[in-house]
Design a protein around this ligand. Structure first.
Ligand SMILES: *Cc1c(COP(=O)(O)O)cnc(C)c1O
Length: 235
């Protein structure tokens, strides 16, 4: 596909997604200015990131360290905010802090030290979100902290230095109505906000469920395929 055709395609998709966000905000009685769009560019090339920046995108998300590191370096001139949204290994966490502006997937205590050290090496504070698991109790564990562990994790983040606790992130579990999961998330967040009133970010909602996430208070939606198209097959 030519550069111009790709630009037109991304522009049209972005337009649809921005309208979906505006409509959902209208229905939820929220101001669209309260909801930020993070475009998830994983598996897509730096040339797409460049087009997106040109189309007014300010925030991009990546979930794999090696890919993100290269792409962020290639696009360093664009002034984008890079959100790391993937599963994080503790031996990679300091390296992620070297380019990420927001780490959304802090889900265990072991990551706090390396992220703090990485932010220190970079020379400025790093925004972090605590990833909450929405799996029903007893489910096979996927990524995300148990809601009961958030208070302890938040305390460690506050104590570590160089990390700014901004809020929570979650992914709706497979096999459950996202509205039910996000309603549970809204309760977890309400509790969390009582202790951390400044950590008001809620990153929830993807291409398939952004409307219902907005109804339940999302301030950031992470949208990949609805903007970029279907992801290339993973080998
Ligand atoms: C890939 C990904 C997204 C975007 O998913 P789409 O369904 O393509 O919009 C959002 N959040 C996380 C954590 C992801 O890994």
């Amino acid at each position: 596909m030519s550069h111009t055709a790709r630009r037109d395609e991304l522009a049209a998709n972005l337009d649809v997604v921005r309208r979906r966000i505006a409509t959902a905000c209208g229905q939820a009685g929220r101001d669209p200015a309260e909801v930020s769009l993070v475009v998830v560019t994983k598996f897509f090339p730096a040339s797409d990131v460049r087009l997106l920046a040109d189309l007014g995108v300010t925030d991009v998300g990546e979930n794999r360290h090696q890919e993100a590191e290269v792409k962020a370096a290639e696009c360093a001139d664009l002034g984008l905010r890079w959100h790391f949204i993937g599963g994080l290994q503790s031996n990679k966490a300091a390296a992620v802090a070297a380019y990420a502006d927001v780490v959304e997937s802090l889900d265990r205590a072991k990551l706090v030290g390396p992220l703090s050290r990485g932010a220190h090496a970079r020379g400025h504070d790093l925004d972090v979100l605590l990833q909450v698991s929405l799996d029903p109790p007893g489910a096979e564990h996927r990524s995300g902290a148990d809601p009961a562990d958030l208070a302890d994790l938040a305390r460690r983040v506050d104590e570590a230095g160089m990390l700014r606790l901004r809020g929570l992130m979650a992914v709706a579990p497979l096999g459950e109505e996202p509205g039910v999961a996000f309603a549970r998330l809204a309760e977890v967040r309400a509790d969390f906000l009582r202790e951390h009133p400044d950590a008001a970010v809620l990153s929830a909602g993807m291409s398939g469920d952004l409307e219902v996430a907005i109804v339940h208070g999302a301030t950031h939606v992470r949208v990949g395929s609805a903007v970029l198209g279907p992801r290339p097959q993973v080998q």
